[in-house]
Design a protein around this ligand. Structure first.
Ligand code: UDP
Length: 310
């Protein structure tokens, strides 16, 4: 049994990961400062014997007593709504938070998993995006606080690997959805589902011809665990290759929910990427992993969850 620290443990992905690690017999220490994470996400495991929770900001010095085998750094303000409202916090968690958690892993002799993002590719000029595409990112743009903090985080992980021989993994996570996303998260699936369930029209940004590829949360967690178990020290894309236009997504959600409120068009946020789809060849060949949940099934499970909270 190994002991794993999960930063951002009370968040959407963090809470699902903590649960799965406990199921697999690991001891889990979760850390979160609850800026976007919520402890309700941990209700089912809070009193598990192998689970501990610390309320702590990972940009400050981290003390953990006892041994640690893994540090998984998930803490992040990943939603455009949240990072636009907290650009400095977003930069700090990607830079200082990554530095503190790397330092902790080095001190404990632990392995380290960094969760990066498809946003390192910016508004991509190639589609799908393979890991060796360097990206098209504006360092002074409206999404810079998130994109650049993750790019810096990747570089810092690389430096700890080179200079301190730290055992590292880097996941580039593409759009992921599922139960426990916040209804006020601002991202497209929770927003559309909330709107469909509460009698509002779905707010499609622009003409809705921009694309995203959506991965269901259980697939993503399987991918993270496969990466952790591998020996791949370089970035690996995790996501789903089923690329859809936002308009198509809206129509699917309307169909599944039976919503009769239709669609309304709003202005598209500045520098919103036009396309996004992972090239999963590396994940398939090196991790033996690929997603299995269809958009329709994943949406049904997500809608069921939202029906109990909206
Ligand atoms: N989007 C939309 N309506 C909304 C929220 C988002 O049309 O109410 C669009 C957004 O402009 C983008 C896509 O959906 O083109 C995905 O946005 P999201 O914030 O979910 O994620 P990201 O842009 O980070 O991929």
């Amino acid at each position: 049994m190994s002991r794993v620290l999960v930063t951002g443990g009370a968040g959407f992905l963090g809470s699902h990961l903590c649960e799965r690690l406990l199921e697999r017999g690991h001891e889990v220490v979760a850390m979160d400062n609850q800026v976007s994470g919520r402890t309700e996400n941990l209700d089912q495991i809070f009193y598990h014997d192998a689970f501990t929770y610390y309320e702590h900001d990972v940009t400050k010095f981290i003390h953990i007593s006892g041994e640690l085998d893994w540090v998984v750094h998930l803490a992040s303000l990943a939603s455009p709504t949240f990072y636009r409202a907290n650009p400095i916090k977003t930069l700090k968690v990607g830079a200082l938070g990554t530095h503190k958690t790397l330092g902790l892993a080095k001190e404990k002799g632990a392995s380290y998993l960094f969760t990066s993002t498809s946003e390192v590719y910016g508004d991509p000029e190639v589609n799908p995006q393979p890991e060796d595409y360097w990206g098209n990112v504006n360092s002074y743009g409206p999404r810079a606080c998130y994109d650049e903090s993750k790019r810096y985080g990747e570089s810092l992980v690389r430096a700890y690997r080179d200079e301190h021989d730290l055992d590292v993994r880097v996941a580039r996570i593409f759009n992921t959805y599922g139960p426990r996303m916040r209804t006020d998260d601002g991202r497209v699936i929770p927003t559309f589902v909330r709107q469909a369930l509460s009698g509002e029209p779905l707010t499609v940004h622009g003409d809705g011809e921009q694309t995203r590829s959506f991965c269901y949360v259980s697939d993503l967690i399987d991918g993270l665990l496969a990466l952790k178990q591998s020996e791949v020290q370089t970035p690996v894309n995790l996501g789903n290759t089923d690329e859809r236009t936002i308009l198509d997504l809206a129509e699917t959600i309307i169909e599944v929910t039976g919503s009769e409120n239709g669609i309304t068009h709003e202005a598209r946020p500045p520098q919103d990427p036009s396309v996004r789809r992972p090239d999963l060849e590396k994940a398939r060949s090196e991790l033996g992993w690929e997603p299995t949940v269809s958009l329709r099934d994943g949406l049904e499970r997500t809608i069921e969850h939202f029906e109990s909270v909206v």
